[in-house]
Design a protein around this ligand. Sequence first.
Ligand SMILES: [Zn+2]
Length: 387
Amino acid sequence: MGCGASAEKYASPGASNEKMKWLHEVEENGLALKDAPTKFRNDKDIVLAALKQKGLSGMALVFASERLKGDRDIVLAAVKQYGKALQFATPDLQNDREIVMTAVLENGIALRFASENIRSDREFLLQAVKATKASWLLNFCPKLKGDEELCNEIDRLAGTGLVFTYYQSYNCSAEMRESFVATGASVPGGPAYQYVMEKLREKTGGTATVWFDEMPVFGFSADNGEWVHPSEECGRDLVPVPPPEGRHPMWNCLVESRSKKVQAEVGSHHPCWCCHWLREVKRRREEGAVICCAVSNIYLPFWVDDYGAGSSELSDAAADKYGLKRESFRNGRPPGWGEGEINIDGKRFSRVAPMHPDTLKPLGEGCRWERQALDGLNFPVYVFFMP
Ligand SMILES: [Zn+2]
């Protein structure tokens, strides 16, 4: 981007030097439109060029003239790039079905800024949920909320398991927590974990976690990793440990507390951490919370350097290399999983999980189990790279 040849592409024949200068400026950075003289913020060539750059440049619509905020081509280009730019469009375009749908496909939060007319339209909402599996869009349609038949149809369209629709959005999950009750059910461990938890707890919905402190509990795997806890009750929770002969392999494990790991004595009983966590997730869901899951613990970009925050995606090649279970989900997984970099609203992050300092395995061993368990539940769980 930003080479002279493409500036010519947007310019009308005979464009002035000053216009060419601003075309170059906005090609370098769409948000530079802010500093352009009024006449250029009302120039379709320049505004369109600003909106079509990568990253958050769709946001530049806020700096366009009032006339262009009501121009259909301009607004469509803006919401395609940045759904929430819908908030800067004129009321008639906030009531334009194609524009609103384009915005919602880019970012579901954009539905907030649609006209009341559209937010009261059953068919529009069903179409949007069908395309995104985001049943939570209903939260932006207060007039439709009491309709039980509609709610059932929405649940059916949203399906079950992990949903990756807005996986690459920088702040969709944070904005969900601002807008309605959304609970973070899973976040990778490591040094950034506690900081993410603090951020999630700031809002209603908070986190679904269970904590037993010094009490030894059963974990998510047993029998040297051959047995993995299912999405249902396992049958170990507070059940006396049977004698070794002929017992189920799920009993062949240590129990772990905050500070130690010990052998589970025959006849003793311990809570199962996984059963308690799954009950907590289901209880939150019953109470009406939207359940979310974060694949990285990178809340802000600088956390990568300051707290060693990172991805917990595991590629098949890395899984095989470390003898871990490959990750697969019923709705599939985003392309490039666990490899290279991911582009989140114009910022790039490594998708390769860093080594956890304690386990010496790729970050997120526990949260990878949590993902598999969440994927097996009978409701959708919304997954994001950024917590
Ligand atoms: Zn269990």
